[in-house]
Design a protein around this ligand. Structure first.
Ligand code: KG4
Ligand code: ZN
Length: 351
């Protein structure tokens, strides 16, 4: 089935056209279009996302993107419309939902509500340029992801560790008790007077540091909860340590602070994910969410997973941060499960 999907939960307006087939056993997606219009420039002067500005921009961008799709007679080309219903910023979510409702009416196609976090999770089933490593054609279809799998979902609002027994059956092993990983990147970036969003900026500085004598930084920041016997995370203490360090060392090298902070986050994320992967004898380790764009994190988790004979999966860069292609994937699976989500904004929806 062909799905036209809409994502407006935060500061990216995105529309995608995705062809989905294969059912729950071997879902397969072909991304025909995935257009993302970023609002970063609008929010940057405020150092973060302003919900009402996001709403205004989504309203402006949605019709523009739909025109860009260059698909004539959309009515005859799609089978359903899908939209993110949560989690996210309420005014931003509502904009997408109202727009999708109207579109579904105009095109006379059903509307599927999708969970943004399931979108991040299922982004690992979207096509990859590096084709399957799998040996059989059947498993090559879903890139060879095998269960049980451990999935680390790291975004601006969430840090969740999941144990997946199948595509649709999972257990939430633990989440962050305070800041999400992406949020910590953004807040530390602000302390370093770097623009929003902070993740890519910290990565840039850390990469510069990596070319020197101390690639992982010289500052010993804490690794919160790394040794605790659970799968929970906490990043606010680490953030405060950076704040105190900068207060006490006003001449600190920004590259060193960024690299040391990034390494602390990575040690915790990789350490806890691998602990879970080993405890549950995972066959695959999955990484997703905006922070999965971090190259050092991708490399570090891949290396650790492969060391234990597990396969590592991360989406292509265009599907790490918010996009509508992943929403079509989540909507397809939602549709097959026949579990309908209410077509109203639900900012607290989780996994
Ligand atoms: O998934 P996402 O686009 O939006 C949410 O659902 O929250 O994630 C955005 C988050 C931001 O906090 C951003 O700083 C972070 O992902 N991020 C990164 C990188 N690229 C984006 N964090 C670390 N390194 C990156 N390269
Ligand atoms: Zn997201």
């Amino acid at each position: 089935m062909k799905i036209l999907s809409i994502e407006t939960s935060c500061d990216e307006t995105s529309v995608a056209l995705v062809e989905a087939k294969g059912g729950l056993k071997y879902p397969e997606f072909k991304v025909i279009e995935n257009i993302v219009s970023s609002q970063i420039a609008v929010h940057r002067p405020f150092g973060g996302v302003v919900p009402n500005l996001a709403k205004r921009e989504h309203l402006k961008n949605l019709p523009k993107i739909l025109q860009k799709l260059k698909i004539k007679n959309l009515k005859f080309k799609i089978d359903a419309v899908a939209v993110t219903v949560g989690p996210g910023l309420e005014p931003a979510l509502w904009t997408g939902i109202e727009y999708a409702k109207q579109l579904s009416k105009d095109l006379n196609k059903p509307l599927i509500g999708a969970n943004h976090m399931e979108g991040h999770l299922y982004s690992n089933w979207l096509p990859r340029k590096i084709a399957a490593l799998a040996s059989t054609r059947r498993s090559a279809r879903n890139d060879g992801i095998r269960f049980p799998a451990i999935a680390l979902v790291v975004s601006g609002g969430h840090t969740i560790l999941l144990k997946m027994d199948s595509l649709t059956k999972w257990k939430n092993l633990g989440e962050t008790l305070d800041d999400a990983a992406g949020e910590a990147f953004d807040k530390v970036a602000r302390m370093l007077k770097l623009p929003y969003p902070g993740g890519p900026e910290i990565q840039k500085l850390a990469l510069r540091q990596a070319q020197g004598k101390h690639p992982k930084g010289t500052i010993k920041f804490p690794r919160p909860m790394l040794r605790d016997d659970n799968y929970k995370f906490s990043f606010s203490g680490l953030k405060t340590s950076v704040l105190y360090y900068l207060r006490d060392n006003p001449k600190a090298k920004k590259e060193d602070v960024a690299a040391s902070f990034q390494q602390a986050v990575l040690d915790v994320l990789v350490g806890k994910t691998m602990r879970a992967a080993r405890a549950y004898r995972a066959k695959s380790v999955l990484l997703c969410g905006g922070v999965s764009a971090n190259v050092a994190l991708r490399e570090s988790l891949k290396e650790s997973a492969e060391k234990y004979g597990m396969k590592f999966f991360v989406p292509e860069f265009e599907y790490n941060t918010d996009n509508a292609a992943m929403i079509a994937a989540a909507a397809y699976i939602q549709y097959l499960r026949k579990k309908k989500l209410k077509l109203e904004a639900n900012s607290n929806l989780s996994l």
